[in-house]
Design a protein around this ligand. Structure first.
Ligand SMILES: *[C@@H]1O[C@H](CO)[C@@H](O)[C@H](O)[C@H]1NC(C)=O
Ligand SMILES: *[C@@H]1O[C@H](CO)[C@@H](O)[C@H](O)[C@H]1NC(C)=O
Ligand SMILES: *[C@@H]1O[C@H](CO)[C@@H](O)[C@H](O)[C@H]1NC(C)=O
Ligand SMILES: *[C@@H]1O[C@H](CO)[C@@H](O)[C@H](O)[C@H]1NC(C)=O
Ligand SMILES: *[C@@H]1O[C@H](CO)[C@@H](O)[C@H](O)[C@H]1NC(C)=O
Length: 306
């Protein structure tokens, strides 16, 4: 009898331990929080929630919280087809009381939309991918096909409102491999794209450049490894933060998450000082996420004003 009770106690204790472990590992994601958005029709369209989702790692067991005012918004979990077409006829589940929680209990893609009025077509929609915790946060795809990167994403190639941190944040955690391309979007006549040496990049002296491109969009295919530096020859643009430094790694190399672990072997842009990666990535991803969020928000605000 006592043995049975002891065994039962051990089982209860183990269960409590396991439960604690699960609770500790669980992350609560409040949709749109780093953008200051909550769950609503985002002013910049669906890119807002897509951008937010890119900053998160969703693991089985995590909780997704949609924070909204009951009666003004709702949230439905739907199929991919319904997500794509904004069809809320037959949702998997519908929650009309805010804030609403969803526990992400299986691996795979989850799709959410707002069903009210034209909320979904206007951008109140979120697609996320939930991974197994044992799979790690983001297994680097290797080998992968060439990627076309749009510099600054929706910000484009401008004098960034927050200074050069905009482009170092954008480049942070991206992996640039020989064969990838950069697309610079700007308004003709208001910017240009100058490929420069490290010295010119550091000093913002653009009196001599490696190449200058003046028509938008400018697409530059990355053909050599090592650090590459870009800025604008327009007066003060470089000093105000319109500058980008990236490290390009060889195709055969297994990409590291920062893309900065491989020393440059050769580069048209290499200057005597270009011995190592000197791009100034933010020291931790948390501030970069906040900055990225702020940039997106600013861009959305700008887009909204136009
Ligand atoms: C939901 O939004 C309200 C109002 O903005 C805020 O006070 C509250 O803290 C938010 N809740 C969560 C879980 O973020
Ligand atoms: C919406 O989905 C339902 C079933 O889920 C389907 O019967 C209906 O035809 C769809 N409506 C449109 C406009 O595609
Ligand atoms: C939703 O999740 C949050 C965070 O885990 C929790 O504090 C809250 O009580 C949950 N709400 C409901 C209705 O389950
Ligand atoms: C800018 O660079 C050029 C050579 O690239 C050099 O001759 C010139 O002195 C530099 N100007 C300044 C202000 O450093
Ligand atoms: C910039 O100018 C080029 C050449 O005149 C033109 O092809 C391109 O469409 C223009 N781009 C924009 C964004 O106006």
């Amino acid at each position: 009898m006592t043995t049975k009770i002891r065994a039962a106690l051990v089982v209860v204790a183990l269960a409590a331990l396991l439960h604690t472990a699960v609770v500790v590992a669980q992350t609560t994601h409040v949709v749109g929080d780093s953008l200051g958005l909550g769950w609503l029709v985002p002013p910049g369209g669906p890119i807002a929630y897509a951008t937010w989702a890119d900053t998160q790692t969703f693991v089985v067991g995590d909780i997704l919280v949609f924070n909204f005012t009951t009666g003004e918004q709702d949230v439905a979990r739907v199929s991919k087809e319904a997500f794509d077409s904004c069809n809320s006829t037959n949702p998997i589940s519908l929650k009309t009381t805010g804030p609403a929680n969803f526990t992400l209990d299986t691996v795979g893609n989850y799709y959410f939309i707002g069903t009210m009025d034209r909320h979904c077509p206007l951008g109140q929609k979120l697609a996320i991918k939930v991974i197994d915790s044992s799979a790690g946060p983001s297994p680097p795809p290797s080998p992968r096909s060439p990627v076309i990167y749009t510099v600054g994403d929706i910000l484009g190639w401008v004098v960034p409102p927050l200074g050069e941190v905009a482009y170092s944040t954008w480049a942070y955690n991206k992996i640039f491999i020989v064969g990838d391309s950069l697309v610079f979007n700007f308004i003709n006549g208001t910017q240009d794209v100058a490929v420069v040496t490290k010295e010119a990049y550091d000093s913002c002296n653009t009196s001599s450049t490696i190449a200058v491109y003046t028509t938008s969009p400018t697409t530059i295919t990355l053909t050599t490894t090592g650090m590459h530096y870009f800025t604008s020859t327009y007066e003060r643009h470089c000093g105000l933060g319109q500058k980008l430094a990236i490290n390009i790694i060889a195709k055969s190399t297994t990409p590291s998450p920062s893309g900065a672990a491989t020393p440059p072997s050769s580069s048209v842009d290499a200057s005597p000082g270009a011995g190592g990666p000197t791009a100034p990535p933010p020291s931790s991803s948390a501030p970069s996420r906040i900055v990225a969020g702020a940039i997106v928000l600013l861009s959305i605000a700008v887009a909204f004003l136009h």
